[in-house]
Design a protein around this ligand. Structure first.
Ligand SMILES: Nc1ncnc2c1ncn2[C@@H]1O[C@H](COP(=O)(O)OP(=O)(O)O)[C@@H](O)[C@H]1O
Ligand SMILES: [Mg+2]
Length: 647
């Protein structure tokens, strides 16, 4: 019983802590992860600035190299003279020094005069569009920046470059749909510087580096920004250059372990960065994994969005941090739950211990063992319960003790009554016959005429005393005789009133008032009128004997179920006097046969003993209450005949 209560208590403790733990875990974990992501996102956003700086510095270096070359007068002279072989040689030195992929000189009309590489320029070859030179001529000033170079240009400059620029497109999850299977254009960092002699434009020097498949820029970004950090065998930080949405230079790897050149940006990022020209700084799907990324558009020399610069770090790294944090959370929660369970168990034991004691005690009480001791030592409601229980126990014990006592008393009384009765019957029977003889002969003697006055007086004394003995013997016989009761339905009040009327004269003679207070609606009672009359007469005569002249005796009747067995209703007839009263010692003995306090010749001490016998034969009881100097009350209770009680 209690162990299940304890289990319930512990379970609810566990439930609460589990709920709390889970909520803390979910909310805390989420908050932590958000904060981590935000932090990482901010960092990557800064990393993108660093990456742009590296990209720009590559461009600056190229521009500086070309501008410096123009400052050399030798170039002007050779150009003016159209002396091509030394020019080509000079360009080749320039390209080596500046690590250029292509370089050349164009005439003032834009046609290429000479270039480095395996395909020398020839006046006969068809003109190709050179966006760098075109813009420089348009603006009549040096230009530099990112530039898109078409396949024809690359082919003319150097077929190797065209080949390098060609990139096979690879299907990429989450990318926007796109037509075509390859990208043939090249994205380059380039510059073009006009050569001027005074006011006269001699030509334009141009050169650049092809970014397609170039490792230099992206790897130096990775190196400088991420220190080549590795997470689970993969580069933690990555950088990419996009031509449109295609990766043309990257150190993001495909699952196969090759650089993910030809894969494309996710549709979401593409839309935002290429479409709207905004920066992206959030997590994004890159090739095959989630990264925390930053993207920004790359503008070409004509301020067109042509590509994107990207840096990103593997999200897995942060996921791992989150996993660790969640692990710690789970451990703390489990520890908390264990603590809660332990605490719950201890607390439940503490709370339930007094209840356990109560349960045990009441089990013993219900088995009939009233000797249980229960020391109330708990505070609060359970303490009240314990005290109430203890009070109830002691009340039960007291009641049991009284009942036992009463029972013993009753037993002793009826035993005494029976033995005295048997003795009395025997003695009375033996005495009665000789006594009758004595009385008969005394009266015969008294009838004689020749008796002297003194003899006659003595004989009369003998007759009187013998008569008294006879009366005692008769009383004894009455007491002893088991006269069966012959009951008849009786209206109690009328019957009581008729007996009071019989005694009215005697009471008046002693100047004692006889009053009565009779309850209405009494049930009719089955009683032996003759026998019970002598009971009531005896009670009234005793009361008269005890009452001084001028006082009253009160007789009451009332409906009562009190003294009988539970549930039995009946009638109580009480005789109340304001007389001498009975000392406590005597009160216990008034129902004993031959107990009397009256002078010799006045009382036999059999009145109450006989009365008790009669009442008990009716299934009723008599009880006596008395206090010396205040008065006595003798109460007769008789069971009513069930069902005849008026409503
Ligand atoms: N109403 C009473 N007031 C005082 N004492 C009483 C009263 N009724 C009975 N007693 C006492 O009880 C004793 C026994 O009464 P009872 O059996 O009637 O015998 P008896 O009347 O012959 O003495 C009386 O002697 C008396 O001492
Ligand atoms: Mg009497």
């Amino acid at each position: 019983l209690l162990s299940s209560t304890r289990a319930k208590l512990v379970a609810s403790f566990l439930g609460v802590s589990l709920l709390g733990g889970t909520v803390a875990l979910l909310v805390g974990g989420q908050l932590l992860y958000r904060a981590l992501l935000r932090e990482a996102s901010n960092r990557v956003s800064l990393d993108l600035n660093a990456a742009r700086e590296i990209y720009q510095s590559r461009l600056r270096r190229l521009t500086v190299v070309l501008n410096a070359a123009v400052l050399n007068d030798a170039l002007d002279t050779a150009l003016a003279r159209r002396d091509l072989p030394p020019l080509v040689e000079r360009l080749e030195r320039l390209a080596r020094y500046g690590r250029l992929d292509f370089a050349g000189l164009a005439a003032a009309d834009g046609r290429t005069l000479c270039r480095i590489g395996p395909a020398p320029a020839s006046p006969l070859s068809p003109p190709v569009d050179n966006p760098l030179v075109t813009l420089a001529l348009e603006r009549r000033s040096a230009v530099s920046g990112t530039v898109l170079l078409d396949r024809a240009f690359l082919q003319a400059e150097n077929p190797e470059l065209a080949e390098r620029a060609r990139i096979q497109l690879i299907d990429t999850p989450m990318a926007a749909p796109r037509r075509g299977t390859e990208e043939t254009a090249g994205m380059a960092l380039g510059a073009a510087v006009p050569l001027v002699d005074g006011e006269r434009l001699l030509g334009v020097l141009y050169g650049g580096v092809l970014l397609n498949r170039s490792r230099e820029t992206v790897d130096s970004i990775r190196e400088a920004v991420f220190q080549d950090e590795v997470y689970e065998g993969r580069n933690l930080g990555t950088a990419t250059l996009f031509l449109g949405d295609v990766r043309i230079a990257t150190n993001v790897m495909t699952p196969a372990g090759t650089r993910a050149i030809g894969t494309r940006v996710s549709r979401q990022v593409g839309q935002r960065v290429l479409g709207e020209g905004a920066r992206w700084s959030d997590r994004a799907f890159v090739v095959s994994d989630w990264y925390i990324t930053a993207y920004e558009p790359i503008y070409d020399i004509r301020a067109q969005r042509v590509g994107m610069l990207y840096v990103g770090v593997l999200e897995a790294k942060y996921a791992q941090v989150r996993r660790r944090a969640l692990g710690a959370f789970v451990a703390v929660t489990l520890a908390g739950m264990a603590l809660a369970a332990g605490l719950g168990y201890a607390l439940a034991a503490r709370v339930l211990r007094p209840i356990q004691r109560l349960v045990q005690a009441s089990t013993e009480v219900s088995r009939g063992d009233l000797s249980v001791r229960l020391e109330p030592h708990t505070r609060g409601e359970i303490g009240v319960l314990e005290r109430t229980f203890a009070d109830m126990l002691s009340a039960l014990r007291e009641r049991e003790r009284r009942q036992r006592l009463e029972h013993e008393l009753e037993l002793a009384r009826s035993e005494k009554q029976a033995s005295v009765g048997r003795l009395a019957a025997g003695v009375a029977h033996e005495i009665n016959n000789p006594l009758t003889g004595v009385l008969m002969f005394t009266h015969m003697l008294l009838r004689r005429e020749d008796l002297g006055a003194d003899v006659r007086a003595d004989l009369e004394t003998i007759a009187r005393e013998t008569d008294r003995v006879r009366r005692i013997v008769k009383g004894l016989l009455d007491f002893a005789r088991e006269t069966p009761i012959a009951t008849e339905p009786t209206a109690v009040n009328e019957w009581v009133a008729s007996i009071l009327a019989l005694l009215q004269g005697q009471a008046q003679a002693r100047r004692v008032g006889l009053r009565s207070s009779l309850a209405e609606n009494l049930p009719t009672v089955e009683l032996d009128r003759t026998q019970l009359q002598s009971v009531l007469m005896n009670l009234l005569l005793n009361a008269l004997d005890a009452t001084d002249p001028g006082a009253d005796i009160l007789v009451t009747t009332e409906l009562s179920a009190k003294p009988g067995p539970a549930g039995v209703s009946g009638v109580e007839i009480a005789v109340v006097d304001r007389g001498r009263g009975i000392p406590a010692d005597d009160l216990a003995r008034v129902f004993d046969p031959f107990f009397t306090t009256k002078e010799v010749g006045q009382g036999t001490g059999l009145g109450l003993a006989v009365s008790l016998g009669i009442v008990e034969k009716h299934g009723g009881t008599i009880r006596a209450e008395s206090q010396v100097g205040i008065g006595s009350t003798f109460t007769v209770w008789l069971p009513g005949t069930g069902g005849e009680q008026p409503p």
